[in-house]
Write a protein that binds this ligand. Structure first.
Ligand code: NI
Length: 292
């Protein structure tokens, strides 16, 4: 079109028959080229977007179903699909087996995927007590934790000591973390671990779910030495133990690379707190578990 207008102007300005012929030739050539390219590249046709292409029988049911949804419905469904990878849950009867629950706090962190690799390679499950402020940017890790069947608990937004803040702040810390975890996994955490193991009955009532504490603490956060962490865990491990560690240190992950297979060699099943305590979100008593 642009070429055509320019050519017409040129033609009008010069009143020259030779120029008129050459201009018409150019216009025809451009029109021909446009027509050929139009046939060769169907997607360039202006109405191609409006033409419904036939869908093969095998691929059709979901697409047809999707096409009947409103944009808002599609958004909800796609968010749902992203957040609900079905967890691979391995149930262990801890009344019949020697069980230990490994628990990891304060993540997720850049070291968490390596810990998940170790747990997966040894076919074990653990529990992760997540801090709300660590969630943004680590959503994929949380999805992986969830889909690989580990328990996810709430460890507050900012690692608050419940006893040092007003009850409203404590409630807000737990609620915000619940919401952020649920936005990623589609599931509200069934457990809370109060930071520092510090709480009173009012906090338990406000959270309205079990507080998961621990009875073995290898002090991995004070010890930048994976051998020391390993030795402490191996020397204190016993059936029914809830071991607290932190998936924020390379040294901790190094230690568990050895601890996990060694505990299994000693006949332990490494399980989630759900399995160890034989409680679920539906039947969990509102009480603290395993505080020394
Ligand atoms: Ni902590």
């Amino acid at each position: 079109m642009i070429v055509q207008v320019m050519a017409t102007n040129k033609n009008v300005s010069r009143h020259n028959t030779a120029n008129l012929r050459s201009t018409l030739a150019i216009v025809l050539a451009v029109a021909l080229a446009y027509g050929v390219s139009w046939w060769l590249m169907p997607n360039s046709r202006p109405w191609s977007a409006l033409v419904e292409r036939p869908v093969s029988a095998a691929a059709s049911p979901q697409k047809k179903h999707a096409s009947r949804q409103t944009p808002a419905q599609k958004e909800v469904l796609s968010a749902h699909a992203q957040t609900t990878a079905k967890p691979v849950v391995v149930q262990t009867d801890c009344s019949a087996k020697k069980c230990i629950a490994l628990t990891f706090d304060d993540g997720p962190n850049s070291v968490t995927p390596r810990l998940l690799d170790i747990l997966k390679a040894n076919n074990t499950q653990a529990s992760f007590f997540i801090i709300g402020r660590q969630i943004a940017g680590h959503e994929q890790i949380i999805k992986r934790i969830y889909s690989e069947g580990h328990d996810i608990g709430n460890h507050t937004w900012d690692h608050m000591d419940f006893k040092k803040v007003p009850l409203d702040v404590m409630k807000d810390q737990v609620a915000r973390t619940d919401q952020a975890i649920e936005a990623v996994t589609g599931k509200k955490p069934a457990f809370v671990r109060p930071p520092f193991g510090s709480f009173g009955p009012e906090h338990l009532a406000a959270a309205n779910r079990p507080f998961i504490l621990w009875n073995i603490d290898p002090d991995d956060w004070t010890t930048p030495d994976s051998n020391a962490i390993h030795d402490r865990v191996m020397q204190t491990a016993r059936p029914g133990a809830i071991i607290i560690s932190h998936d924020i240190y390379d040294t901790t992950v190094d230690a568990y690379a050895r601890i996990v297979p060694e505990l299994q060699q000693q006949g332990y099943s490494l399980v989630t707190v759900t399995d160890l305590l034989d409680i679920t979100a539906d039947n969990a008593p509102v009480q603290p578990f395993y505080y020394q």
